[in-house]
Design a protein around this ligand. Sequence first.
Ligand SMILES: Cc1cc2nc3c(=O)[nH]c(=O)nc-3n(C[C@H](O)[C@H](O)[C@H](O)COP(=O)(O)OP(=O)(O)OC[C@H]3O[C@@H](n4cnc5c(N)ncnc54)[C@H](O)[C@@H]3O)c2cc1C
Length: 448
Amino acid sequence: MSSIDRRNFLKTLTAAAGASVLSIPKAWSASAIKARVVVIGGGFGGATAARYLRMLDPGIEVTLIERGTRYTSCPLSNEVLSGSRDIKSLQAGYQGLARRGVQVVHNEVTQVDPVGKKVSTAEGNSFSYDALVMAPGVDFDYGAFKGLTAELSETRLPHAWKAGPQTLLLKQQLEDMPDGGRFIIVVPKGPFRCPPGPYERAAQVAMYCQHHGKKKSKILILDSNDSFSKRPLFEEAWKALYGYGQGGMIEWVAAANGGKVEEVNPSAMTCLNGFDEFKGNVINIIPPHRAGKIARDAGLANFKDAWCAVKPENMESTAHKDVYVIGDACVGGDLAGNNAFPKSAHMANSQAKIVAASLVAKINGMPQPTPVYTNTCYSVVAHDWGFSVVHLFRVENGQWVYIKEGSGISPVTFGTKEAPRPVPRIYRKMEVDYADGWLRNILSDGFS
Ligand SMILES: Cc1cc2nc3c(=O)[nH]c(=O)nc-3n(C[C@H](O)[C@H](O)[C@H](O)COP(=O)(O)OP(=O)(O)OC[C@H]3O[C@@H](n4cnc5c(N)ncnc54)[C@H](O)[C@@H]3O)c2cc1C
């Protein structure tokens, strides 16, 4: 970004009339380095925050601490299962951030001292900060399903809900499944990252079966919820492409109909809901989520002991000052569950930019920007059939407000209610191309 672009970007962000001016704390303005920001976690949230902080103000020292040396995107990782996509197309390194002057440290953060404003790593190094951006993503509650352990997820019953080795293991299991075999997807109670993800996965697995001599196979979704994201769009596509319900390739069992799994038996390869037993050749069991361990250990998970509540205007934690939580680890919106932030890469990217702009404004004594949060989520159900949803949120009187006018979802049908017409296939195909473009764009926006 050029300095002119940077000025305009900040001007736009700070254009809100009447925004309050925050003074620069002395400690932040005294030294040549304007401020030190540490970012924990280099996923869609953390990498984007680090990149935008440096782009907006090179006077800020930014240290990104990430345990891995290569990031693998979950978005579109379901396409790896069907063979439509190579996992390498989902990966990004951290050299781009380093070139922008971000100090990239590959290590595990083991401790955060929010009072002393310091974080420590497994190697024994510590980093002081003026502001901390916490973006560790999620961890899994394996204990929620009797019989499940983290080790089983890595070896026999992969969740593949963090893309990487488990994605490839699940793909291998699908390839090894005989024709007529049953692939079970166990969906946890929400909230979980990527609300439409399990249903997209069912379609990608069905597509694989259809094209690889497994047409007699079944995909059974055992769900701890009674409905799901983009349901009419998924059901329409499942019906048209793979057969849905009794006799179809895909079957969905709602919690109310016995879909809520309580226990898994890896030797018998069965899932139990308390009264029925479901046997599978492959069991893809996704455990319930909670904020990443380091966020919970730091005392930030003050919502249901699982999620980190943040202030709507700038993502600052409600538990600790000068700590900002972004991405899947945070909870925002109406905490009763309405209009809550979706846990998505797009939302993490949007939150990252809002934090970066807010911190840069604060550090430079500029008015605080007025944020608008955006979310987009594509679901690809066949190589030529996709659909999407867009959510926008603004902040009003300290509350998130869903912006109905700019938000929307792909149509299920064209025409009127009385005389519906099918959506032309070219529209569905175009959304697959948009999804691919979106992925390349968001990876570049975070990691280049
Ligand atoms: C199958 C699937 C499909 C999806 N599809 C979409 C989609 O189409 N669109 C969309 O917008 N979203 C999608 N998502 C959701 C998306 O992947 C997440 O919402 C997004 O990754 C959240 O970003 P994050 O930065 O919060 O967390 P992450 O991307 O998980 O990044 C967290 C990072 O923090 C690091 N970390 C954690 N703890 C520590 C520590 N103590 N020390 C050092 N490093 C640490 C981790 O190694 C990780 O790299 C999908 C998810 C899945 C599972």
